[in-house]
Write a protein that binds this ligand. Structure first.
Ligand SMILES: Cc1cc2nc3c(=O)[nH]c(=O)nc-3n(C[C@H](O)[C@H](O)[C@H](O)COP(=O)(O)O)c2cc1C
Ligand SMILES: [Fe+2]
Ligand SMILES: [Fe+2]
Length: 397
């Protein structure tokens, strides 16, 4: 096996997962995969940083065996307890009985709860260091990026920051680990935004705090636990994460996400008029059929675009169910401070607009104008839909 070296004595020993269809049992990754990046440091002591998901145990053990025999591991650093980075720990422990586990105090009860592991653990407080021979690794707590116990590990000798979920992204590695060797960075940036919107967005404030805190370290390379290692432009992925976290308060950038659903085509016909109005206002809307698109793909657009159009009919005195689903996810992921408009068809009672406003009011979405219409829209109503599109485009410009 070819060794993949990050720096002096530091090796990538991760695995690619192209089998899991839903990350966290929820987010589709069947066409992208994901990597569980793990790192081995071979100094006077042998150290492993972050592990892999349990079903990849065999692959993972083969990876580390290429660097040092498992029995000779001195320290296992668990930056984060989520099973995508710890699943192999029980097996690994049997093969590495003398290895001490290093984790934050909040991870200690979790090790017992998830794996029944109660001994051989060293808690590390924020700022603690570990002398492994020619360098002293330091540990920095970054709570809620992604879980309360999460921390990062820093090597001052090589300036590598092992950042775990922070600065990670979807996308199994396509034959290269490093940003400077990757010729489709755009793909990873896009998949990192999707990962951020799906997994991290809820924790925008902790992300901002973590970035501020890590400014105190001289970082020459970002080695996250998912996706590319950023050794040429570590600042690139930090800046992207900072920008995405900022969207939570700024409401995002110039752009419109047009979400629509329709049972019999009346709302869809209006959607086309609204889209024309938006385009005439100088913006190409990102259009999603909410019934046919997984929320995973709509959340990045919702996060990034300041404008939102909700187009959905009334369904059983409430909102078309798949629209309810994406608005619920937006609330869960704390997608706030949007400029919005609503349109939709109803039969007799209405209800969709009321539900839309109820759901989005706590998120600070400001609805500029709304258009409810009975059955099929006539020409005058279609013209009002076009104007609605112009209105939202103007509002986000
Ligand atoms: C299953 C179902 C439930 C509905 N429930 C309501 C309702 O509670 N109140 C109402 O005003 N219209 C209700 N409607 C009527 C639709 O809102 C109406 O037909 C609308 O024109 C559908 O828009 P679309 O063509 O974009 O699907 C319902 C329609 C269906 C098929
Ligand atoms: Fe995580
Ligand atoms: Fe993770």
């Amino acid at each position: 096996m070819r060794e993949i070296k990050l720096a002096d004595d530091i090796f990538w020993v991760g695995v690619n997962d192209r089998t899991t269809d839903l990350f966290e049992g929820l987010w589709p990754i069947e066409s992208t995969g994901i990597s569980y990046n793990s790192y081995a440091i071979k100094d006077k002591k042998n150290v492993l940083i972050d592990l892999a998901k349990a079903f990849k145990t065999d692959d993972f053990l083969n990876q580390i065996a290429g660097i040092f025999p498992p029995a000779e591991i001195d320290y296992i650093v668990l930056n984060h307890m989520e099973p995508d980075h710890t699943g192999v720990i029980r097996t690994l422990r049997m093969l590495a009985p003398k290895a001490e586990i290093l984790c934050s105090p909040k991870a200690v009860p979790m090790l017992a709860d998830y794996y029944g592991i109660t001994g051989g653990i060293r808690q590390v407080n924020d700022g603690d260091t570990l002398d492994i021979g020619t360098r002293k690794l330091s540990f920095h707590h970054i709570p809620f990026v992604h879980w309360p116990e999460t921390m990062v590990t820093y090597d001052p000798k090589t300036k590598v920051l092992f950042s775990c979920d922070a600065f990670g992204g979807y996308g199994a590695l396509q034959g290269t680990l490093f940003d400077d060797e990757c010729i489709n960075i755009d793909y990873y940036e896009k998949e990192s935004l999707r990962y951020y919107a799906n997994i991290v967005a809820k924790f925008a404030t902790p992300v901002q705090k973590a970035i501020k805190k890590l400014e105190g370290l001289e970082v020459g390379c970002i080695a996250p636990s998912h996706g590319l290692v950023w050794r040429k432009s570590p600042s690139r992925i930090i800046e992207l994460y900072a920008k995405w976290a900022e969207y939570g308060t700024s409401g995002g950038e110039k752009g419109v996400t047009l979400l629509y659903g329709s049972m019999y085509g009346n709302t869809e016909a209006m959607m086309n008029a609204v889209a024309e109005g938006i385009a005439a206002g100088g913006i190409t809307p990102e259009i999603f059929d909410v019934a046919r698109t997984h929320t995973s793909y709509m959340l990045p657009a919702l996060l990034a675009n300041r404008g939102v159009v909700v187009g959905a009919p009334t369904y059983e005195a409430s909102l078309f169910p798949y629209m309810t689903t994406i608005l619920e996810k937006a609330a869960l992921k704390n997608i706030r401070n949007k400029k919005a408009v609503y349109f939709g068809s109803y039969g007799w009672s209405k209800g969709a607009l009321k539900k839309t406003l109820e759901m989005t009011q706590p998120l600070g979405w400001e609805f500029l104008e709304n258009l409810e219409f009975a059955g099929a829209a006539d020409d005058d109503t279609i013209a009002r839909g076009y104007d609605l599109g112009r209105r939202i485009a103007e509002a986000v410009r």
